[in-house]
Design a protein around this ligand. Structure first.
Ligand code: BTN
Length: 221
């Protein structure tokens, strides 16, 4: 992986979107300060200096980053003795608190995907939530980055089926109840497209992460 450090930027995902043609495949941008971090569903992503903010560029690839990215974070946290879980599609939780979010964006040209941009934010330092307690683990961000890169590269070699099994082992949404289009379902399974298989007594449906916002639709956690 080609690692570049940027002191301050609006958003590391924006940076890769603007510069991907001049950058090599498997470039990782780490930023120390982000002034306009973006999250899923057009949400703002707030972070502080000392948080982990990276974006990875993969050109012309077929990797399943929706599985690889959360698993790489989980394994890196595990290396530092922090046990975390995946809340579908790819939020990382400790207990009931969100520690990390992932924003995957793709760039298309003439209908063909030319690259994926995987943005990852981990709020190690954000002071207004209890996760600031991670300070007590005294995680060195540079060390965290090097372990994370090793984990990501390792995950690129694993088959999608094995990745999915690892993902499901760390998922906290399986068997939970959700409301979707005014009907109650339980989450029966997750498929290779990282879609949810929802079931109730009448039917089985498949929903993707753009159709269902788990934050607002989960019945009980
Ligand atoms: C989410 O949970 O909604 C996803 C948050 C993703 C935040 C990261 S921080 C690095 C990268 N740059 C951005 O602007 N967003 C991602």
């Amino acid at each position: 992986m080609d690692i570049k450090i940027i002191e301050e930027i609006d958003s590391s995902n924006n940076y890769l979107k603007d510069n991907y043609t001049n950058l090599s495949d498997k470039t990782l941008i780490k930023v120390n300060k982000q002034t306009n971090g973006r999250g899923r569903f057009n949400r703002v992503w707030e972070s502080e200096i000392g948080d982990f903010m990276v974006s990875l560029l993969f050109k012309n690839n077929n990797y399943n980053h929706s599985l690889i990215a959360p698993l790489s974070i989980i394994n890196t946290l595990a290396y530092f003795n922090i046990n975390a879980y995946i809340k579908w599609p790819n939020d990382i939780y400790i207990d009931n608190n969100k520690l990390s979010g992932i924003l995957i964006e793709s760039i298309f040209q003439k209908g063909n995907k030319v690259c994926d941009i995987i943005g990852i934010g981990i709020n190690f330092r954000k002071k207004d939530n209890y996760l600031a307690y991670l300070d007590k683990y005294n995680i060195d961000i540079e060390r965290f980055l090097s372990i994370f890169v090793k984990n990501y590269e390792f995950m690129l070699e694993i088959s999608n089926l094995n990745l999915l099994n690892l993902y499901k082992e760390k998922s906290i949404v399986l068997d939970k109840k959700v409301m979707f289009q005014n009907e109650e379902y339980f989450i029966n399974d997750i498929n290779l497209n990282v879609e949810l298989i929802l079931k109730n007594e009448n039917k089985t449906i498949i929903v993707n992460a753009n159709e269902l916002d788990i934050k607002t639709s989960i019945v009980k956690f």
